[in-house]
Design a protein around this ligand. Structure first.
Ligand code: SF4
Length: 204
């Protein structure tokens, strides 16, 4: 597969395809409080050594790859509970709190797809640990989540191949927390009708 996607890019795409394209197609990046806090949290989590507690092994900062899906990334934590077969649980740390949207679950599912391919196992569930509310949320890696994740992988890859930056998300609230708002200028693009004008010109 020519275009290997970073697993974190899937979350960008699910949040806003334009944000994804600005970062991964146009290669621009800008940090805000949320991204800085997230980066520091992941750095702390990934730095810890692997350990064995009872029947469970905890591996941190695990690099993963899927050639089948063209994905690469790093897991915050992989729990391996011994048994026959052993139980593999990817765990992702997030700075915020649980959301109604499924961005975090998509990222976790992509990690599960990589683990399945690399270790030849079936991953039935993962977990997301939300720092702000100190809560661990169990995530079932079921068929529906797998289908959604694979759809997002395909769409994100397509955009990368096309090298296209789509218009701003219709979910205006998301722009408030977006570190790229100054670069993106969503309001300006939403009110700019020059694209429609050019289309009409050719239609006529
Ligand atoms: S400012 Fe809004 S439209 Fe622009 S990249 Fe961010 S979320 Fe997307």
């Amino acid at each position: 597969m020519d275009e290997v996607l970073a697993i974190s890019a899937l979350q960008h795409y699910a949040y806003c395809p334009r944000q994804y394209a600005l970062i991964h197609v146009e290669q621009v990046w800008s940090e805000n409080r949320y991204t800085a806090e997230g980066r520091i949290l992941h750095k702390r989590v990934d730095a810890a050594d692997p350990e064995q507690r009872g029947t469970t092994r905890f591996e941190r900062g695990v690099s993963v790859l899927s050639t089948a899906f063209g994905l690469t990334g790093k897991l915050d934590l992989l729990e391996i509970e011994s048994g026959d077969p052993p139980k593999y649980t990817p765990v992702e740390y997030k700075r915020g709190k649980p959301k109604t949207e499924d961005w975090d679950q998509i990222q976790l599912c992509a990690q599960a797809l990589c683990i399945e391919e690399m270790r030849d196992v079936k991953v039935e569930e993962g977990a997301i640990w939300y720092w702000e509310v100190r809560q661990r949320v169990k995530v079932e890696i079921d068929r529906s989540l797998r289908e959604t994740t694979i759809e997002i992988i395909d769409q994100a890859r397509e955009l990368l191949v096309q090298g296209r930056t789509p218009p701003p998300t219709p979910h205006k609230k998301r722009c408030r927390a977006c570190s790229l708002a100054d670069i993106c200028q969503p309001q300006r693009f939403r009110t700019d009708r020059s694209g429609d004008y050019v289309t009409r010109l050719f239609e006529e």
